[in-house]
Design a protein around this ligand. Structure first.
Ligand code: GLU
Length: 448
């Protein structure tokens, strides 16, 4: 049996009931096959793959907090410190009812390669909780965040592990967490990223993931003789990634006609009104029904009653920016039938393995999230640099660094794919380029 298959079977056996983690490992290992086979003896002897798929440390903890009625609530807290070969653990904190250890492990595993691809010195980690910030008061969110950090502060630090935002964790949550960390440790250090601008945050961090997605998509299209300007774009999601993806796509001359949330999606043939979207989502923290109510050109579609989603809308470019496995084989078939030319993942693993394969086999340019959405974590690393030198860079400076990073990521993964005879397979290119740096650093540092 090949080393890749052996290790994949081991992952399934040792991590039961964690399908998302299995999926992430399968995608990576499958596309590394050619590299692994070329180095099989050395990698096997060092158990490199076994070490790669096993987190260095997993922290599971209780998060008790008191709600507004005086009732004690208990959530599960997680931080998976997956790999520190190339830098301190770095990755977001997801707050969503679906969070469990398998989800955090899939995200942490992806983060290793994503962070490596940025070219910056950051290892891979991820954390979060099954706490749902939706519908909670500010006081309840603060109570949760303080309790969460009261346990987690022991394991994080500016040079050890630097958490950040993800689904459910935005500026408000990072602020409460930062305040509690500072209170407990007495340290004013860059331990979290995505901080507010008045206390060590970086300009352009809020925009970074969405902007980065478009910088990379633009480059991918350009290198394939196409242009983003004038194209119709379908976006899913309406959180931080989606909002700034819509904004940058419009700035680059594309027309974005959809956004979605967990219950419905909006089709706005005149183009999404970003100011209104921001008002509804960032200020009011409301649902997209409010967007549709305020915008005559928008049609609201309820997912459950209609059984539809935004992928049925004809487009040139599709940008899944919501969550894992939101674009399945049926959706991929619809997109291809409607003539889609490119799919780039703003979310982490939004496309199922079967859908990815179908898109690639049908000539669609496909860029995986670990490359396409790396602008967020890359800009977090820039925030860490600014915190270390106790300076703040201008928006233009950060944005231009972000653009360079995204363009470089695309060229690196394109080159890696070509080098291994997999021209145009950007999934393989991203995995290979991300893996090689981490593997070399792990090998150099001995058996740790
Ligand atoms: N949660 C984001 C991601 O998936 C950002 C992580 C960070 O900034 O550390 O990459």
């Amino acid at each position: 049996m090949s080393y890749v298959d052996e290790v994949y079977d081991l992952v399934v056996a040792k991590n039961p009931a964690q399908p998302e983690f299995h999926q992430a490992v399968k995608e990576v290992l499958e596309s590394l096959r050619v590299v692994i086979e070329a180095n099989e003896e050395a990698y096997r002897k060092d158990a490199l793959l076994e070490r790669l798929v096993t987190p260095e440390r997993q922290i599971l903890f209780r998060v008790p907090w008191v709600d507004d009625k005086g009732q004690v609530q208990v959530n599960n807290g997680f931080r998976v410190q997956f790999n520190s070969a190339i830098g301190p653990y770095k990755g977001g904190l997801r707050l969503h009812p679906s969070v469990n250890l398998g989800i955090i492990k899939f995200l942490g595993f992806e983060q290793i390669f994503k962070n490596s691809l940025t070219g910056l010195p950051i290892g891979g980690g991820k954390g979060g909780s099954d706490f749902d910030p939706k519908g909670k008061s500010d006081r309840e969110v603060m109570a949760f965040c303080q309790s969460f950090i009261t346990e987690l502060y022991k394991y994080i630090g500016a040079d050890t592990d630097v958490p950040a935002g993800d689904i459910g964790t935005g500026a408000r949550e990072i602020g409460y967490m930062y305040g509690q960390y500072k209170r407990l440790t007495g340290l004013y250090e860059g331990v979290l990223t995505g901080k507010g601008l008045t206390y060590g945050g970086s300009l352009a961090r809020t925009e970074a993931t969405g902007y980065g997605l478009l910088y990379l998509t633009e480059e991918m299209l350009k290198c394939n003789g196409k242009d983003i300007a004038g194209k119709t774009v379908v976006v899913s999601g309406s959180g931080n990634v989606a909002i700034y993806a819509v904004q940058k796509a419009q700035q680059l001359g594309a027309k974005v006609v959809t956004v979605s949330d967990s219950t419905g999606w909006v089709y706005d043939p005149e183009g999404i009104d970003v100011a209104l979207l921001k008002e509804v989502k960032e200020v009011k923290r409301a649902r997209l029904t409010e967007y549709a109510a305020a915008r005559p050109s928008a049609q609201y579609h309820d997912k459950a009653s209609e059984g539809t989603n935004q992928w049925i809308i004809k487009c040139d470019v599709a940008l899944p920016c919501a969550t894992q496995n939101e674009l399945n084989l049926e959706d991929a078939k619809t997109l291809v039938a409607n003539g889609v030319m490119a799919v780039a993942e703003g979310a982490n693993m939004p496309t199922t393995l079967e859908a990815t394969k179908y898109l690639q086999e049908n000539g669609v340019l496909f860029c995986p999230g670990k490359a396409a959405n790396a602008g967020g974590v890359a800009t977090s690393a820039l925030e860490m640099s600014q915190n270390s030198e106790r300076l703040s860079w201008t928006f233009e400076e950060v944005d231009s660094k972000l653009k360079n990073i995204m363009v470089n990521i695309f060229h690196n993964l394109d080159a890696a794919a070509k080098k291994y005879g997999l021209d145009g397979d950007y999934v393989a290119g991203a995995n290979i380029a991300g893996f090689l740096k981490v593997a070399e650093a792990m090998t150099a540092q001995g058996i740790v």
